[in-house]
Design a protein around this ligand. Structure first.
Ligand SMILES: Cc1cc2nc3c(=O)[nH]c(=O)nc-3n(C[C@H](O)[C@H](O)[C@H](O)COP(=O)(O)OP(=O)(O)OC[C@H]3O[C@@H](n4cnc5c(N)ncnc54)[C@H](O)[C@@H]3O)c2cc1C
Length: 427
């Protein structure tokens, strides 16, 4: 840039014209999926708001939608954004070393790495800072021992975001560190769990002398809680009903090598999330079902439908307002908790209204049930929204403390060495 010149942000028209010309010159459905995504990332169109060094173009966040529109318009395939990889990317952008960003951010966009989140343990879910999985430094390695649970997609993951205890003599929040762990190694055992809705999307994960390289520690030693908080804030934002880690990937019917590869990828990586639309309550089916069954004629049912639709719309608009504020550069804050809590109210209200509409038929699962069993799946899937990513009660605690500035919950275990804190399953 010439001396004295000022940086101006490119206009929407300029970005649109540039990406359009680039796509015209480069897009081909005969390319391999990863080959094409590497090109997109190399040119910076995969994550336009990221820095150039990691596959972006330093553009304002609002330009991502413009680039995405152009990619869709020409029928091209976009980068991989679904699953825990989006949380891994957000966490590394905020806390990763230069080397970690260069290594992992591009590979998350090309879809070469699938991720899982190794936070919850049998004795620490809501009380996440009570995690007991140990990371001990031996020579030039971290050695990991312990157990995680509820780990979505661990059976498909190449890498895991791991929260582990590195110091038992520090108070509980200060003795945790954050690591990236290679899931394909002998000390990592993944055992699938079957849920009451029949799906098996999460797992138990056991670590027995598993290894982590020192360069795969994220953030400073003992600062794992701050790093994990970043991951969780992004997860909760994604749980506001506008979009989630389990939403977004649908394969097209188009013909060509790249579309076949994309369909295969979606079928595998989205398998654990197949029931996620049902866990959100399927508000979209309410009016259709009410009309089909004749329940729409019942004034009490109509009243409940109206209440539900008002709740769902206001939750959506609140979430969109928070997203818009962030797109203008606002920080990711506790409003994620508000959105998550609202989404869980909507899901439970929707399940109740579906039951009013379908009556006892709502209990029929499988092909013979209403909507081929979807209604029954809604009823047994919605409780998950009130648990995953932090329970409703935990969101209320966060809102009361950080939004309403109410006094903190009394704590009996944060001001002494974690070793001395009485707990279940202590060794
Ligand atoms: C679909 C799904 C996917 C998940 N995926 C992952 C994943 O990929 N990775 C991962 O690490 N975890 C995952 N989880 C786990 C999830 O984060 C935990 O289940 C959640 O944090 C709750 O922890 P818990 O199950 O141990 O319940 P507990 O913490 O034992 O809570 C039990 C009950 O006590 C209440 N409670 C606890 N503490 C308080 C308090 N201080 N104040 C008021 N009430 C309280 C809770 O609200 C709850 O009702 C997933 C969960 C679900 C349902």
């Amino acid at each position: 840039m010439a001396e004295g010149a000022t940086m101006t942000e490119p206009t929407e028209e300029a970005v649109r014209a540039e990406v359009r010309a680039w796509l015209q010159a480069n897009w081909s459905p005969d390319l391999g999926l990863v080959e094409w995504r590497r090109k997109l990332v190399e040119a910076g169109w995969g994550a336009p708001s990221w820095p150039r060094a990691y596959g972006g173009r330093d553009l304002p966040a609002a330009m991502t939608a413009v680039v995405d529109q152009e990619i869709r318009r020409i029928g091209a395939v976009n980068v991989a954004r679904t699953g825990i990889r989006s949380l891994a990317a957000a966490t590394l952008l905020a806390h990763g070393t230069e080397e970690q960003k260069v290594t992992f951010l591009r590979a998350s966009l090309t879809g070469e790495h699938a991720w899982c989140q190794l936070f919850s343990e049998p004795g620490s879910g809501s009380d996440l800072a009570g995690a007991m999985t140990r990371a001990e430094r031996k020579g030039n390695r971290w050695i990991i021992n312990g157990q995680k649970v509820w780990t979505t997609s661990a059976h498909l993951a190449d890498w895991g975001l791991l929260l582990a205890r590195t110091d038992l003599d520090k108070p509980k929040h200060q003795g945790l560190s954050f690591f990236l762990i290679d899931m394909h190694q002998p000390g990592v055992e993944v055992r699938p769990l079957r849920q009451m809705n029949g799906h098996a999307s999460f797992n138990e994960v056991f670590f027995t002398d598993a290894e982590v390289l020192p360069e795969h520690q994220v953030g400073e030693l003992g600062e794992g809680w701050a790093v994990a908080t970043t991951t969780l804030m992004h997860e909760r934002r994604g749980a506001d009903g506008v979009g989630s880690v389990g939403a977004g990937a649908t394969a097209t019917e188009r013909q060509g090598r790249i579309y076949d590869e994309e369909r295969a990828e979606v079928a595998t990586t989205m398998e654990p999330y197949k029931w996620y639309p049902q866990r959100a309550g399927r508000v979209d089916l309410i009016l259709k079902r009410a009309k089909e069954t004749g329940a729409i004629a019942d004034p009490v049912v109509r009243q409940e439908i109206a209440k539900l639709l008002i709740l769902a719309r206001s939750a959506e608009w609140t979430a969109r307002r928070a997203r818009a504020a962030q797109a203008q550069g606002g920080p990711q804050g506790p409003e994620g908790s508000l959105g998550k809590l609202a989404a869980s109210h909507v899901a439970r209200a929707a399940a109740r209204v579906h039951t009013m509409i379908s009556g006892a038929d709502a209990m029929l699962s499988g092909e013979d049930g209403p909507e081929k069993g979807i209604i029954a799946e809604i009823l047994i899937s919605v409780p998950a929204v009130s648990i995953a990513g932090g329970t409703d009660e935990i969101q209320r605690n966060i809102i009361s403390e950080r939004v309403l500035r109410m006094p903190k919950e009394p704590s009996i275990d944060t001001d002494r060495p974690f070793r001395d804190v009485p707990r279940n399953a202590s060794k």
